[in-house]
Design a protein around this ligand. Structure first.
Ligand code: HEM
Length: 531
């Protein structure tokens, strides 16, 4: 699913400037109430302190200290300064940051207290008509939606998706060999094609010509944007939703209604396509029609539609992998040697090879850890007052697992800026995982009862992509005018920040085919429109 960005200070302030004085009063009111929740709470008779954190201003709290770009880096600074659990105050909203695998697993993994979500009026109530599983409150409806989602993501379903992932990875190779400079759009096509084929039985043509690909990326971007409360004041002052759209400043209502309608039309049209496609290829959605998963057909359309918002995250991990392989050619060579030894040069790799390719698997894990595409995951919210490590955390607190910091915890992941697949392997090439992350080895897919239900599918799709790239392509650095390698810049600043999943900014990469690959690609037919 899309990655949630909790605040955007600059846009918050721009929007704020343009509003009426009443906004200021409401902010003051919210701030006072919110702050009281942290300090004077009758359920906190011992007057336990909140977790430590930066002091902030009287009303705005720490809001102005948060940069509009890559604010996970600021959160990380606070975690380094105050410890693994930090509290901040965003204009009266209590927010807790979790900075190590242990505290995140302790809070999110054990009880259900932290399984709720903050209230997103625009994203939840308006845009997705209360049917976005990723932002809905924890409760009966969420459980029903989650059960339905799992129906399409169990082991049997996942193994039926492997041939689709393999087919699409080979189409990616063919596309890239025809047009290496456009490798980024080809990665997008790969991820969208996997999701649309498995979820709807829809075969994607090209990135530019397919009838759905651009729409699903656009829908995902709109949804992610709607989650930044600074963009839409209604999430700060819920009563604004009752202001008629003709009132100056309430134009967002019309826009939001149009977006909601566009999503409804897109999701129901794709669902109907799945019904038709089922004659040739059954899919997760076609099998769930008629209440087969315990959700009605409109709910099913939303479950499918929300899953189609995930190619952005898959694309981001896959692009990060391409960047890392270009930056560290010696790691690329080592993985190619493993693949050539195990798979050979007479066939493409398949997912079943993964058990015999531990180094490739370790590269996928390290890609997810090194530059997490969801640096702040998706915020959780507490549904009860709680005490942890002697700190009081009131009900309704937004709790953010700072994956950026968690993936840099020096005890678990030493030298975090280095790309070291070996950290997930012992000397016999057996997998080494951490107590908290189990088989994944990292925390990109979240924690506890809101853990990403698509994690294994995503992991397999990325693995298949990586194995095909390593088997078929050489990713080389471009040369400067003097013939020297241009070493890709991989600092955190070279990754996007904003509503979308964080991925590398455009980088130079010279893609060539490895020996003997062309004849395999000659056999592959690119899908045609209407196929
Ligand atoms: C690299 C790809 C992906 C990443 C990085 C990712 C990451 C995440 C994260 C961080 C969460 C929130 C976890 C939490 O709150 O603790 C989440 C939730 C979710 N993800 Fe993914 N995801 C990916 C792919 C997928 C795929 C392929 C699917 C479906 C096939 C999927 C379906 C969902 C759903 C339905 C939720 C909402 C769960 C809930 O709130 O109960 N995701 N994902």
């Amino acid at each position: 699913m899309e990655i949630i960005l909790p605040i955007s200070t600059s846009s918050f302030l721009e929007a704020f400037d343009s509003r009426l004085t009443i906004s200021l009063l409401a902010l003051l009111f919210t701030a006072v109430l919110g702050f009281r929740r942290f300090t004077k709470n009758p359920n906190n008779p011992l007057n336990l302190p909140p977790p430590p954190g930066p002091r902030g201003l009287p009303i705005l709290g720490n809001l102005l200290e948060i940069p509009s770009d890559r604010y996970w880096l600021k959160f990380d600074e606070w975690i380094q300064e105050y410890g693994p659990i930090v509290s901040i105050n965003l204009a009266g909203k209590p927010v807790v940051l979790l900075g190590t695998p242990k505290v995140a697993a302790d809070l999110f993994g054990i009880s259900a207290i932290y399984s709720d979500r903050p209230r997103w009026i625009l994203a939840h109530d308006i845009l997705s008509k209360g049917m976005h599983i990723g932002v809905m409150p924890y409760g009966e409806k969420h459980r029903r939606f989650r059960k339905a989602t799992h129906a399409g993501l169990g082991p049997k379903a996942l193994s039926s998706y492997h041939p689709i992932e393999e087919r699409e990875a080979r189409i990616y190779l063919k596309e890239v060999s025809n047009n290496p400079k456009d490798f980024r759009n080809s990665v997008k096509r790969y991820t969208a094609a996997v999701i649309l084929a498995t979820m709807y039985g829809h075969t994607v043509t090209t990135f530019d010509s397919d009838k759905y690909v651009k729409s699903i990326f656009a829908s995902a971007a709109r949804f992610a944007g709607s989650l930044a409360p600074g963009e839409f004041l209604v999430d700060v002052f819920p009563w604004l939703r009752y202001i008629p759209s003709w009132v100056p400043g309430a134009g967002w209502k019309k826009k939001a209604a149009e977006w909601a309608e566009d999503d409804y039309n897109l999701f129901t049209t794709m669902r109907e396509d799945a019904r038709v496609n089922a004659a040739k290829q059954t899919s997760f959605i076609s099998q769930g029609l008629g209440n087969a998963y315990g959700v009605d057909d409109v709910e099913l359309a939303y479950i499918g539609g929300i899953i189609t918002q995930t190619p952005d995250t898959l694309m981001s991990v896959s692009s990060g992998f391409m960047l890392a392989m270009t930056r560290w050619p010696e790691i690329q060579r080592k993985a190619q040697e493993e693949i050539d030894r195990v798979v050979g040069r007479k066939r493409f790799p398949v997912f079943q090879d993964s058990v015999n390719l531990p180094y490739v698997t370790a590269i996928v894990k390290e890609t997810c850890r090194w530059r997490p595409v969801a640096p702040l995951s998706v915020p959780h919210a507490s549904s009860k007052d709680d005490v942890y490590m002697g700190y009081f955390i009131p009900k309704g607190t937004t709790v953010i697992s700072s994956i950026w910091s968690i993936h840099r915890d020096p005890e678990t992941y030493p030298n975090p800026d280095e790309f070291i697949p070996e950290r997930f392997l012992d000397e016999n090439m057996n997998e080494v995982n951490t107590k908290e992350s189990k088989a994944f080895g990292h925390h990109l897919y979240g924690f506890g009862r809101r853990f990403c239900p698509g994690a294994t599918m995503a992991d397999h799709a990325i693995w298949v992509f990586a194995a095909h790239v390593l088997w078929a392509l050489n990713l080389e650095r471009e040369k400067d005018e003097f013939g020297n390698d241009i070493i890709p810049d991989v600092r955190p600043e070279m990754f996007t920040s904003g509503g979308e999943a964080s991925h590398p900014l455009p980088f130079k990469c010279n893609i060539t085919l490895r020996p003997g690959v062309q004849e395999f690609l000659d056999e592959i037919e690119l899908p045609q429109a209407g196929a």
